[in-house]
Design a binder for this molecule. Sequence first.
Ligand SMILES: Cc1ncc(COP(=O)(O)O)c(C=O)c1O
Length: 424
Amino acid sequence: MFDIEKIRKDFPILKRIIWGDKKLVYFDNAATTQKPSVVINALVDYYENINANIHRGVHKLAEESTIAYENVRLKVRKLLNADSNTEIIFTRNATESLNLLSYTLGESLNEGDEILISEMEHHSNIVPWFILKNRKNISIKFIPITDKYELDYEALSSLVTKKTKIISVTHKSNVLGTVNDIKKISDIAHSAGAVLIVDAAQSVPHMRINFNEMGCDFIVFSAHKMCGPTGVGVLAGKKDLLEKMPPFMGGGEMIRKVTFDDFTVNDLPWKYEAGTPNIADVIAFEKAIDYIQSIGIQNIYDYECELTSYALDSIKQFDFLKLYGPENVKNRAGIITFSNPVVHPHDIATIIDQYGVAIRAGHHCAQPLMKKLGVQATCRASFYFYNTKQEVDIFINALKSAFDYFALGACKDLVSNEPKGAKR
Ligand SMILES: Cc1ncc(COP(=O)(O)O)c(C=O)c1O
C-alpha cells in the first residue's frame, strides 16, 4: 500500500531504544502521534528565518509569517472541504475549540434548554457543557450506547425534544474506536432545529472528512494527533453561526475598533483569535497535512483497518481479556481496548513498557464511559500508519509475558466477550 520502512525513517523517535535494548513500539497514538522530520524542521526553520508577529507589522518578516500562517488556514479548509477560510478558526487544541463553543454558542441558550451528548464522550466534550449547565440552568442528557458499543440512534431520536438546542458527539470514540454515523445524527439534529457539533479529534487524523457532506455545523480537532505540533487546534464552523455568536476572548487581533467606551469585533475568522496565536506551530502543522496527504488518507485508513484486524485476531488468544469495541473493524479501526478483572491496567502497561511497548492505561478521559462499561480503567493500544505487524507481534509477546507473570490464564471464566451476556 505504501513503503512503510521509508515512512518509518521519516520519524526520528521511532529509532529510539527503550530500557537498554528494546526498540520503541509506540501504540499510544490516540493520545498523541509522533512527528516526522519535515514538521520538526519546519519549526526550526520558522524560528531561524521568519519569526515575526502576524497581521500587524509592515516589514518583510511580518508579511512572510502572515502569509505562511494564513496559507495553513487555506490548507485546513481544503483538508476538510469547508466552504471558506473564514470558517476555519485556530485554537490551542480540540478542548479549547469545544470550550469556545460552550461559551459563545452556549450564550444563546436559556433556562430549561437541553444539550445532548453521548455516553462515549471524552471529558473535553462533557465538562464544557457541565460548566454551561451551571451557568445557564440548562440540562444535559446522555445518548446511551448499545451492548455492541455503538451509539443507540433510536434512543437519540426519542431524547430529542423541542428544547434540544445542541447535540455534541464524538465522530470516533477514543476508547471504543466506534465511528458514529454523523449524517444520521445530523438529520435527527436538524429536523429538531438543533445545532450539531462533532468532536473529530480521533477521526480527522485517520479518515477522509468532508465537512459539507457530513452535515454538521461545527467540527473540532487537534493538530498533535495527526503528526502536527502540540498547541494547535481547529474549530471549523458554518459561517452564519460563527457570525451570530459573540466573541470568545477579548484582546488584540479580535477587534476592529476600540474606544474609551466600547469595542467592535473583527471579521471572521480573526474575531475568535485573540492575542498572538501559536504562529510557529500552526505553520509547522502545514507540513504535517502535506505529509499525511502525500501518503493518502484513504491508504492510512485501509492500512489501520488491516493492522487492527491483525492485532484483534492475535489478542483474542487471551480469552481471559474483556475486549471493548464494535465487531466490525471498519467501524473501529486503529483502537483496541481491553481489561481483565483481576489485574489493574496500569500493571499490564507497566510490564509491557519494559519490553519497549507504549500503550495507555487508565480512564482515557472518559470516566462516564468507564462507569457504563463497569470498570475503573482499561488498557488501550492505538495505531497509526507508521506502526507495523512486527510491532503488533512484539506487543502480543509482551502481553503474554505480563499475563504469565499474573497467571491470568486461570481466570478466563470471569470474562465474557458475548455482547448480550457480557459482564458490564
Ligand atoms: C475524542 C477526543 N476528543 C477530544 C480530545 C481532546 O484533545 P486535546 O487534548 O488535544 O484537546 C481527545 C484527546 O484525546 C479525544 O480523544
